[in-house]
Write a new protein. Structure first.
Length: 304
């Protein structure tokens, strides 16, 4: 698999009104995102509510996205689990189903005492799909696992031969830049902070994974293209739109607002699973009005 550059949405998992998987919507979602110009798909991550699904459900969702994308873009499946055995089952399934790569958060119910323990855990998971690339998913604000990622890359590549890089969702730009530059840019580092993507581009990222890419991919494509043209003033202006949008969405709780926004653009993904809540109709109307006020429907859905 070639290096992935550009916008990688952390895709939603669609549920029906009863909270069960709504697999049929995955084809429509996939076609929509490809039309929006995304570079790859990141399946069953935090945005996709992977940790809230059973292992068989995650297998169904991964298989459905792989089938729907049908080789048009790379598909990365997040397989992390508190049970290493289940993570290995998910890894093996993803590889056999045709995923282009896997990714994993670490087990985090019990505290990982050392970097070596983290590396051993990731080596077990990656080995179950040794024929495809593996990306570690670094999101310490959720997992509580926060070892130095430069040391992780330096020490883990022998135990994890298929290690390709990191989905880096910590807001530490200087550590991320060090990871990007190690061994003549050997690894792929995907930034996971939509509201700071321009900072990531300046630090050297070539790809980014994000929640808001699901409904605002054209905006982020414009940021990348404007940055490549060395028009930093315009890039800052576009990035500030992303900041306004993200701040507004977190005012409504983040994930509940993300799925509600998909509904507002005509790509309803259904409800969230507990412990996430869902916006009530009045909140959805309020969100729509607030999005209109900042011009979201004018600039987020069209490249500048």
């Amino acid at each position: 698999m070639d290096r992935i550059k550009g916008i990688i949405p952390a895709v939603f998992t669609p549920f029906n009104g009863d909270g069960e998987l709504d697999i049929q919507k995955i084809q429509v979602l996939s076609d929509f995102l490809i039309k929006d110009g995304v570079s790859a798909f990141y399946v069953c991550g935090s945005t996709g509510e992977g940790p809230l699904m059973t292992t068989p459900e995650r297998q169904k969702v991964a298989g459905a996205y792989i089938d729907a994308v049908n080789g048009r873009k790379p598909v990365i499946v997040q397989v992390g689990h508190n049970s290493i055995k289940d993570a290995r089952i998910l890894s093996d399934h993803a590889a056999r189903a045709g995923a282009d790569a896997i990714s994993a958060v670490p087990p985090h119910y019990f505290k990982l005492e050392s970097l070596n323990t983290l590396i051993d855990c990731m080596a077990e998971i990656a080995a179950a799909a040794s024929e495809i690339p593996f990306y570690y998913y670094h999101i310490p604000q959720i997992t509580g696992v926060d070892f130095d990622m430069l040391e992780f890359l330096e020490q883990s590549h022998q135990k994890i031969p298929n290690l390709r890089g990191i989905k880096y969702s910590k807001l530490n730009i200087f550590e991320m830049q060090a990871c990007i530059e190690i061994e003549n840019r050997k690894f792929e580092i995907f930034f996971g902070s939509d509201e700071m993507m321009l900072s990531g581009l300046v630090a050297g990222i070539e790809g980014a994974v994000g929640s808001t890419f699901n409904f605002a991919a054209p905006l982020y494509t414009s940021i990348i293209n404007t940055f490549k043209k060395n028009d930093l003033k315009k890039a800052r202006e576009l990035q500030y739109k992303a900041v306004q949008m993200t701040r507004l969405l977190y005012k409504y709780g983040g994930q509940p607002a993300f799925k509600a926004t998909m509904q507002l653009i005509g790509m309803d993904c259904g409800p969230n699973r507990l412990p996430h809540r869902n916006l009530d109709p009045d909140e959805v109307n309020s969100l729509m009005n607030d999005l209109q006020t900042i011009g979201f429907f004018d600039w987020a859905r069209h490249e500048s």
